[in-house]
Ligand binder design. Sequence first.
Ligand code: C5P
Length: 229
Amino acid sequence: MSPADRSLTVTIDGPAASGKSSTARMVAEALGARHLDSGALYRGVTAARLRTGGDPDQWTEQSVLEAAARVTLAPGATTFAARVDGAACEEELRGDAVTALVSLVAKMPHVRRWVNRTLQATAAAHAVVADGRDMGTTVFPDATLKVWLVAIASERARRRVLQRTGRPPTSAELTSETAELEARDRKDSEQTRPAADAVWLDTSGITQAEQVAQVVAWVRDRERERRKP
Ligand code: C5P
C-alpha cells in the first residue's frame, strides 16, 4: 500500500473494548497510514507517574504533568509506540496497575491538553487513524472521516475475555468483565462522545474484517468527494 497523503486523518471513537484499537490498526495498514492510539498515551503518562511512586490518592496534576514529560511517541512502520523514559513498555501499559489508575489521570484537564497537543503535533506530520474517546469531538474536529463504534457491554466483555484467554468466557467471567467495563464506561463517560458528524458503526453482529472494510470504503468515498471539482 502506498503511503497516504499526510493530511489524511481518520478518527475512531467508542467505549472501552469496542474494538477501536484493532480496527484502527488494520484500517491504518489498509490505507498506508499509521495508527495513533490516544489511550496508549494516557496509559504512558499513568505508567510514568506510577514509576515515580507515592500514594495515587495524593497525586497532584502538576506531578502527573512532570511525568508526562518522560513520555514520547515513536513512529514505527504502521503505528506509534508510547515510550516511557525512552523505552517501549507495552506490557506495563496494558497491566492492571495502569488500567486501574488511567481514568483518574485522564480526568486531569492539563493532562488532557498535553495529550491532545501531542496527538495534534504528530498528526500534522503523518497520515493517521486516531482512536480514543474524543478524537472526533475535541482533538481532530476537521478529520477526513469520524467513526463512532458501538457494541453492547456484554459483547465487548465476551471479546475481551476471548482475546485474553483464547476461549469463550464462562458465565461468571462474562458477568465480572461486563461489570468492570460498565464501571470504566461510567468513569470515562464525560469524554466519551460521538461527534455530531460521526458515522456510527454497530460492531455487534459483524466480523473484524467487515468493520475494517466498511471504514476503508467510507474513507475512499470521502476522498472521492473531496477530489470532486
Ligand atoms: O483505550 P484505552 O482503554 O487504552 O484507554 C485507557 C483510558 O484512557 C480510558 O479508560 C480513558 O480513561 C482514557 N482515555 C481518554 N480519552 C481518550 C483515550 C483514552 O480519556 N481519547
